[in-house]
Design a protein around this ligand. Sequence first.
Ligand code: FAD
Ligand code: NAP
Length: 339
Amino acid sequence: MSLQVRSQVSLKPFNSFGVDVQARLFAQAHSDADVREALAYGLEHKVPVLVIGGGSNLLLTADIQSLVLRMATRGIRVVSDDGNNVVIEAEAGEPWHPFVQHTLAQGLSGLENLSLIPGTVGAAPMQNIGAYGVEIKDVFAGLTALDRQSGELRDFSLQECNFAYRDSLFKQQPGRWLILRVRFALNRVAPLHLEYGPVRQRLTEQGIEHPTASDVSQAICSIRNEKLPDPAVLGNAGSFFKNPLVPAALVAQLKIQYPDLVAYAQPDGQMKIAAGWLIERAGWKGFRDADAGVHKLQALVLVNYGSATGLQLLDLAQRIQKDISERFHVELEMEPNRY
Ligand code: FAD
Ligand code: NAP
């Protein structure tokens, strides 16, 4: 028995919003055996088990009457290497950004655009994390998950994960799959993705004409550090709303009234509107009500100035949703997972 289950634990250090709620029970999993033991504990004591990673995509609105199981499994290994193509596997509890840095230090490219995203490897497939023109589906080689219904292990291929914009099978079937380890197809000579405006611009400013993957990572880290609040300083969960995918006709109609509307064409003919533009245009940027607010530099990010509750943040988010719907006839969907 290695699993240590504690009672009435504050989750404040375990969610990037810094919301202070209690977990009825709390444990950390350092191995697959710990995971199985926690699930058995939950069954035996009739307590649901809520799996978390870094807590950077959570909105906790009440005390959690579950066993909160924080994934803390560690380990990185090379699965195959043909000289150019390398498949690398990491345990769910590996912190994401240090893992990205590790791959870059090995001369492997593929994850550089996903630098500085908080959280763990195991949560990355949940919403198919994406940034600066790359999503993990673009470098995904497979994952192993525990089916909490049957207790069996299952390997998933790319096609089986149903990855989409900030979405996956694992998000669509909440609580069923516990992701244990994830594999990535990386490359020693992969083409870099520089098409996302500010990335090339930043490299050019730095006088870098022929960037390496590490150069791209550093450029993205510097851009992110300028625009995004550090959760260690100001509680937040990154983008609070997804960028809405809407019919092109709606964008054409909105552009008559708002010619500077920011929207990008999608391969399926839809348009993706920059939700941050809508929220800023509606006047919410920098708004603050008690300790819940909208970040001063990035309107897509809700922030906790200190003692905001999850319900206060939720209330602010719902007010923004209603306003955006009334003004622009666009429905904003919240991105963080709400408990
Ligand atoms: P958690 O918040 O702990 O959990 C998220 C969800 O996944 C929960 O539903 C949880 O139950 C589930 N889960 C966690 N681990 C597992 C597991 N092993 N098996 C099964 N289910 C699991 N996201 C992006 O996509 N792109 C960005 O650029 C980005 N930037 C961000 C910047 C900041 C400053 C912050 C605070 C957040 C940002 N995010 C971004 C959101 C967040 O970092 C990612 O979604 C990240 O993958 C969440 O990882 P986590 O370990 O913190 O997950
Ligand atoms: P930004 O560069 O100000 O751009 C605003 C939005 O427009 C982005 O959300 C992006 O959509 C879209 N966009 C911009 N350039 C694009 C292009 N060339 N092609 C297609 N779409 C484009 O965004 P930002 O807020 O500073 O974030 C930068 C990147 O980091 C984005 O990819 C963003 O998703 C990611 N990020 C995510 C989170 C999160 O919590 N989910 C938090 C911080 C940053 P996409 O979001 O689809 O890329």
